[in-house]
Design a protein around this ligand. Structure first.
Ligand code: PRE
Length: 361
């Protein structure tokens, strides 16, 4: 067989496989419609999205994956299939910290796929508000970065919100130096979100020590501003650079190679246990020696794994603090439930912010 014949024959096989795939994907979509009908009959009309089920589907596919596609690609493909199936049931509106082109939008797409209606908003507060008012079903906000630490505004906002955390997303964050300038050494000012500037501090000190650093509301806004001024640059994502027609002069200039941001998904519902969950709580205890240690003792006693502890001013008295704690497990798991009950006895405040499936990688 000539090379041409061999190519023709493999392509014919691919065409056949694609037709089978198309048929199967549409069969799956029909099944998802059937699920929607059952949910509607059960009175669940507003609530088609099931994060715990989605995580179960993705985990099952990763475990069954025999390659050669890497697990991350299998996850991405099935995420999009489910996103399209959900859109067929009823499209979700997802608010996020915008504008278009932010890392938060990337996180929202990683979590929900492209089948949702996206609602870019100009602040973390606005995302909480739109979900609280019901204009959006879900919201996505950043909560911590592996180089720069916590996004305190997100944590503080939880103190007076009735919303729950229904999911988390982890995203590797790569900042580029993007500019209209052909010669990046002519750059006189660098725009980014304050976290972006902080995540690239050492690179800027070394490579653009004289450029003014200007913090703006988002990395996408930084790219927009840099597109208006050839003596300026932005630290922003590939997507933002492309959107505003900037050249990426230096890719990946963040100081930590493993720079990762964690985002939270906000909503009204409380996902049931998925088998691999995380629970976020906020607690406080009156100030006295050993107060915090005592409060955490039940977690140690029940062998529970605390993955994060963050203290924030309570905003009620001077030098009084609340503690944001993440624990592996679901609040309905018997041991965690018992530990939380014991903590409740000791605490002046204990609020469960949510139990949700752990981030898929
Ligand atoms: O299993 C369900 O509850 C469905 O609605 C189906 C499905 C899917 O496509 O697999 C779609 C949306 C939900 O978020 C979870 C899963």
């Amino acid at each position: 067989m000539s090379d041409d014949d061999a190519l023709q024959s493999v392509r014919a096989r691919i065409d056949e496989i694609d037709e089978q795939l198309l048929r199967l994907i549409n069969e799956r979509a029909e099944a998802a419609r059937e699920v929607a009908r059952i949910k509607r009959e059960a009175g669940d009309a507003g609530d088609f999205y099931r994060p715990a089920r989605e995580v179960e589907v993705l985990r099952r596919m990763r475990e069954a994956n025999a390659g050669p596609l890497p697990d991350a690609d299998v996850t991405r493909l099935f995420r999009e299939i489910m996103s399209a199936c959900l859109a067929l049931q009823r499209p979700l509106t997802v608010a996020f910290l915008g504008p278009e082109g932010t890392f938060t939008q990337e996180a929202a797409i990683k979590h929900f796929g492209h089948g949702v209606k996206s609602l870019p908003l100009d602040g973390i507060d606005a995302v909480f508000r739109e979900v609280e008012s019901g204009s959006a079903e879900y919201g996505v906000v950043p909560v911590e970065n592996s180089t720069e630490g916590v996004v305190s505004h997100t944590l503080d906002r939880f103190l007076n919100s009735s919303l729950h955390i229904v999911g988390e997303v982890e995203l590797p964050v790569r900042h580029n130096l993007a500019t209209l300038a052909e010669d990046p050494s002519t750059v006189q000012r660098v725009y980014s979100h304050q976290q972006g500037l902080a995540q690239c501090r050492v690179w800027l000190d070394t490579n653009l020590p004289r450029a003014e650093r200007i913090a703006v509301s988002s990395t996408a806004e930084a790219a927009r501003l840099a597109a208006e001024d050839p003596t300026a640059a932005a630290l922003a994502s590939d997507a933002a650079a492309e959107r505003y027609g900037l050249g990426v002069r230096y890719p990946s200039v963040q100081d930590g190679a493993a720079n990762t941001t964690r985002f939270l998904v906000l909503g009204e519902q409380s996902p049931p246990p998925s088998g691999e969950d995380k629970t976020s709580i906020v607690v406080a205890r009156e100030n006295r020696p050993g107060g915090l240690a005592g409060l955490l003792a039940p977690l140690a006693r029940y062998g529970l794994n605390m993955t994060r502890l963050e203290s924030r001013p309570s905003r009620q008295g001077m030098w009084e603090y609340v503690f944001f704690i993440d624990i592996l497990g679901h609040a309905e798991d018997p041991t965690l439930k018992r530990a939380l009950g014991e903590m409740q006895q000791l605490a002046s405040l204990l609020k469960i912010l949510g139990s949700y499936p752990r981030a898929a990688h």
